[in-house]
Design a protein around this ligand. Structure first.
Ligand code: ATP
Length: 274
């Protein structure tokens, strides 16, 4: 599915139309899109455009989605890399990947670089967890990232976005001015926001008129956007198996039952550890 999200020039086809229930974050993100689209409006007054923005929020709240939507709205190329790819790697591989990434980005500016799970390389030294991979590798990758962030000029048309669930774990060196000095917070959606997210994910579905979106939102406290997307797809699969002409309220309720039962099972397995 990844291939469909981008055309040959790494251009994202995702826009703000695909994002729901993140009004505040979206407003901040729109500023960043302006930096990319109309840099002169800022630079002519002597403003320095921020280089790095961190998206902070629980899993599945739409950090990656929002980053892609920024690229889609600004119509600039999107380069991405995940911090977790570097765990368990040989020393030097991470650093050279980071170097390559920035080299490519400089050639394509204006553009967005997205680093998912930045905490897996950017964790502060005191907070390392011994079993999650080589610290040497992590450090050399982090150092390369800091070097690259310092090495490109402000206003050069590159904005580096990074995502994390835990901003409190990040090395303070990453958060210094001129690096990732802006934070945008995403939260789990409230009932109204869940309703909006349901609507986005129902758009491609063939539903009948028995469906009450507000009711579905009320039945899904604690669900993230990713969970809601999953409910919608599970529903469509159930209805298809039932050889339905269109998706009904009952298909949704059955999908919800199945997913909630799955979540309860998972939390029973995980909670004794936590
Ligand atoms: P993780 O921390 O687990 O990487 P994330 O915050 O990056 O999660 P995404 O990968 O952006 O979350 O979300 C996964 C999918 O869930 C999206 O592709 C989208 O289909 C759906 N989704 C999540 N949040 C939203 C939202 N606010 N509006 C619409 N869809 C959403």
């Amino acid at each position: 599915s990844k291939a469909q999200l981008f055309d040959r020039d790494h251009k994202s086809k995702i826009t703000f139309d695909d994002v729901a229930g993140l009004e505040e974050a979206e407003m901040e993100v729109k500023e960043v899109v302006d930096f990319l689209k109309n840099p002169d409006d800022f630079t002519k007054l002597g403003a320095k455009i921020p280089k790095g923005v961190i998206l902070v929020g629980p899993p599945g709240t739409g950090k990656t989605l929002l980053a892609k939507a920024m690229a889609g709205e600004a119509q600039v190329p999107f380069f991405s890399l995940s911090g977790s790819d570097f765990v368990e790697m040989f020393v030097g591989v991470g650093a050279s990947r980071v170097r390559d990434l920035f080299k490519q980005a400089k050639e394509k500016a204006p553009c967005i670089i997205f680093i998912d799970e930045i905490d897996s390389i950017g964790r502060s030294r005191g907070k390392q967890v011994a079993f999650t991979g080589s610290n040497d590798e992590r450090e050399s990758t982090l150092n390369q990232l800091l070097t690259e962030m310092d090495g490109f000029a402000t206003n050069s048309g590159i904005i580096v976005l990074a995502a994390t669930n835990r901003a409190d774990l990040l090395d303070p060196a990453l958060l210094r001015p001129g690096r990732f000095d802006r934070h945008i917070y995403l939260e789990l959606p409230n009932i109204k926001e869940r309703e909006e997210i349901f609507k986005v994910h129902m758009r491609p579905l063939k539903t009948d008129n028995s469906i009450d979106v507000a009711f579905l939102a009320s039945q899904t406290p604690g669900f993230s956007g990713a969970d809601i997307a999953n409910v919608c797809n599970e529903t469509a699969l159930i209805a298809a198996r039932r050889k339905k002409e269109s998706i009904t309220r009952q298909d949704f309720l059955d999908a919800l039952d199945r997913i909630i039962a799955g979540l309860e099972k998972k939390s029973k397995i995980i909670s004794p550890e936590e």
